[in-house]
Design a protein around this ligand. Structure first.
Ligand code: SIN
Length: 495
């Protein structure tokens, strides 16, 4: 291990965190974490079992009642301290994210700011949970409606945004008064472990946040989903895995939030500012190296601007500097692992075999690490696998269209519905398209919609529920209605 890597991981916890203590996995089992820029193992982390998951749930269930009764203001202040501590240690978090996930340091820093913001946002939402007191329409009973924490949660997070996807679930759960078992992705567990230690330092009581790292997610989640004490499942990941988890969660009718796959269309209209559209497409495609469920998966360009747009996009894609994320000059890091790189390569090869033209990139890089170059494909048709499947890599397939109706129908011809992007100078057209597009989020003249203050989530097979915004905390609350006899009834009877 190089001295640099040693510096980044020095002091990062690598055990499970259960009931306020760092503990070994059952049988002392561990697994290796790999640097995707080199393929080298950089750390060994506890490999939790079903029994470890249940120990974590024991702790979460034991403190649920006291945590749920903890004043919202106190929960808010812990979150606020968490925000301040993560922000103060942004550089340390960023270097760790780059090491285990691969993205360039500047992007890791941006992710830390984004992730920390969920802590701040939900610290502000915690004290605003409210209810209502009303008179029934017939003037008789009173209707008291209050919110309470749903109960212990299982939070399953992906590898692509190691801190932001954790804070996006953990922060609203804390704000609502829920306890939890967090299961981070085995490809990037270290960031969640560091984040957990920071939340303990921020004053989070033992048992509220428990973390189980594992290479066998099914073995850990299965018994938890079967356990009556668990009340909520929140998952971010692929649609096939989401479907399986939802099926398992349906047995005990758990409250579920699912942030699943995407197949985002990015529509460049005839009247778009082409330079602005190129910059927007670049961000929508290349943020996180294309490894985001909100990444533009299909770039639909009006025929009148297709040539200019494609030339300019290709030039901007060629300007990326590919290399290890830890190097200051790097603007595109490696993909997460060989499996994901092979999938990207197969989709590109398939498109080319079916008639697409490579304008830049198009083949995996040689040497160590899982690098794949920025790639632009022209001549892409809607029937190609590359526009039906989530690419999760730095590949921009360009499809040409002739009118808005064709663009909308092509954009909607997918089972997914997470986000769509539209570039146009015409406000009516922008609003029209945003109403016609079947997606949970729409970006108008911007390539980024993600914002902790906004409700992130999809429709169709892209998921259920919302994270962030005013909606985010609702996912961790349930509504209780108390019907009360008319308080004047007794007075009137005895009068
Ligand atoms: C994701 O890819 O799952 C999330 C992306 C984001 O929050 O912007």
């Amino acid at each position: 291990m190089s001295a640099d890597v040693g510096d980044v991981i020095a002091g990062i916890p690598t055990d499970l965190y259960i009931d306020g203590a760092w503990v070994e996995a059952e049988g002392g089992r561990r697994f290796g974490v790999t640097d995707p820029a080199t393929g080298a193992v950089i750390a060994s982390v506890a490999d939790g079992s079903a029994a470890d998951g249940l120990r974590a749930l024991d702790a979460a269930a034991r403190v649920q009642e006291s945590w749920g009764r903890t004043p919202a203001r106190m929960r808010a202040e812990i979150l606020r301290r968490g925000f301040e501590l993560v922000t103060a240690r942004a550089e340390e978090f960023a270097r760790l994210i780059t090491l285990e996930m691969g993205k360039p340091l500047t992007e890791s820093l941006a992710e830390v700011a984004y992730g920390a913001e969920f802590l701040r946002w939900f610290s502000e939402e915690a004290p605003r949970v409210s209810g209502s007191y009303a008179t029934a329409p017939d003037g008789a009973n009173r209707l008291l409606v209050r919110k309470r924490p749903v109960g212990p949660c299982l939070l399953i997070t992906p590898w692509n945004f190691p801190i932001a996807m954790a804070t996006r679930k953990v922060a609203p759960a804390i704000a609502a008064g829920c306890t939890m078992v967090l299961k981070p992705a085995d490809l990037t567990p270290l960031t969640s472990l560091l984040f957990t230690s920071v939340m303990a330092e921020a004053g989070l009581p033992a048992g509220v946040l428990n973390v189980v790292t594992t290479t066998d997610p099914g073995a850990v989640s299965g018994p938890l989903l079967d356990d009556h004490r668990l009340r909520k499942l929140s998952f971010t990941g692929s649609t096939p895995v989401g479907r399986r988890l939802m099926a398992a969660a349906s047995e005990r009718v758990l409250k579920v939030s699912m942030e699943l796959g995407g197949n985002a269309p990015l529509i460049v209209c005839a009247d778009a500012d082409v330079d602005e559209a190129v910059e927007g497409a670049l961000v929508a495609k290349m943020r996180n190296g294309g490894e985001a469920c909100v990444a533009a998966n299909r770039i639909l360009v009006h025929s009148s601007v297709a040539e200019e747009f494609t030339e300019k996009l290709t030039a901007r894609m060629q300007a990326f500097v590919v290399g290890p994320g830890s190097e200051a000059s790097t603007t595109l890091g490696p993909l997460i692992d060989e499996r994901f790189r092979a999938k990207v390569a197969a989709l590109v090869d398939g498109a080319v075999a079916a008639g697409a033209r490579v304008l830049t990139g198009g083949a995996p890089a040689e040497g160590p690490g899982y690098f794949y170059p920025p790639t632009v494909l022209a001549g892409v048709r809607a029937d190609m696998a590359i526009v039906r499947e989530e690419i999760f890599g730095p590949v921009a397939p360009v499809i040409v269209f002739d009118d808005d109706a064709e663009a909308v129908s092509s954009a909607n011809s997918t089972e997914y519905g997470l986000v769509a992007f539209v570039f146009t100078r015409d406000l009516d057209r922008a609003l029209r398209l945003s109403e016609q597009l079947e997606s949970g989020m729409v970006g108008i003249n911007t390539g980024v919609v993600s914002n902790p203050a906004a409700p992130f989530g999809g429709v169709k097979a892209s998921g259920l529920g919302r994270e962030g915004g005013a909606e985010g905390i609702e996912e961790y609350l349930e509504t209780v209605y108390v019907g009360i006899r008319d308080p004047f009834a007794t007075a009137e009877r005895s009068a």
